[in-house]
Design a protein around this ligand. Sequence first.
Ligand code: FPP
Length: 255
Amino acid sequence: MIKRVQSWLNREDRQTPVEISPDNIPRHVAIIMDGNGRWAKRRGLPRIVGHQNGMKAVKRATIAADELGIQYLTMYAFSTENWKRPKEEVDFLMRLPEEFLALELDDLIAKNVQVKMMGDADALPSFTRRAMEEAVARTENNTGLILNFALNYGARKELEDCMRAMGEDIQAGLLSPEQITADLIDSRLLSGGLPDPDLLIRTSGEMRLSNFMLWQLAYSELWFTDVLWPEFNKEHLLEAVAEYQRRSRRYGGLK
Ligand code: FPP
C-alpha cells in the first residue's frame, strides 16, 4: 500500500507540489458534493448539466482516492431533503446512478472497488434501486476501495429509525437499556461496519453539515473548499489530505 501511494505521489502529471505522508492517509473520506447547480448557472446551462458533470467528478474522486490508498469513500449523492427540488431535477438525479454504473461499473470492478449504499432504498424509483442493488451484488466480494453512496440519506432519519428500532427491541425484551452503548449505536446505523470518516470534504464554499452523518462525524476533520463539485479533481483531494495531515487529532484529550 505504502509503495503504491509513493509511486502515485511521485507521478509527473501532478500539478501541485503537495507534501503528503503515505503513513497518515485518512482511512475514510466522506464528501458533500455541492455546487453542481452554480457550476451550470455560471455557464448559462441548466442545473442538470451540473449534475451530469458532477457524475464525472465522482469517477475522478473515486480513482484518486483509490490511488492514494484511501479505504472508504462516502459520497452524499441525494439527501432525504432533496425530494423538495423540482420534479425534473429529481428525475434526472434518480437516473444518474443507473447511468454512472452503466458507464463505470466494469472499470470499478476491474479496480476491485466494492460499491455500497446507505439510505432509504425502498423510497427510490425501482430503476435507481435496481442499479444500486446490482452494483452492490456484483462487487460484494471485491476487497479494494469501498465506494459508499449516501442515496436518499438523512442523518436525522437514520438516528430516528435506529432509536425507534432499539425502543421496539426493548419493548420486545430483546434489548435492555444498559446494553445501549456507542458501539451498539454505531453498529445499528446505516453506516454499520464502516469506520467513522476521518475527513469530511464539502465543496462550493458552504460550511454546514446538511444532515450528513451527524453521529459519525463527531471527531472528523472538516475541510471546506470554494471549488464547485464538477471541477473537483485529484489535486483538490491531495490538498485536502495534506491539510488533514497538518491537523492534530486529539479526540478531546491532549497530545
Ligand atoms: C448538490 O449541488 C448536489 C446534489 C444534490 C447532487 C449530487 C449528485 C452528484 C454529484 C452526482 C451523483 C452521481 C452519482 C453517480 C450518484 P447543488 O445542486 O445543490 O448545487 P448548488 O448548491 O450550486 O445549487
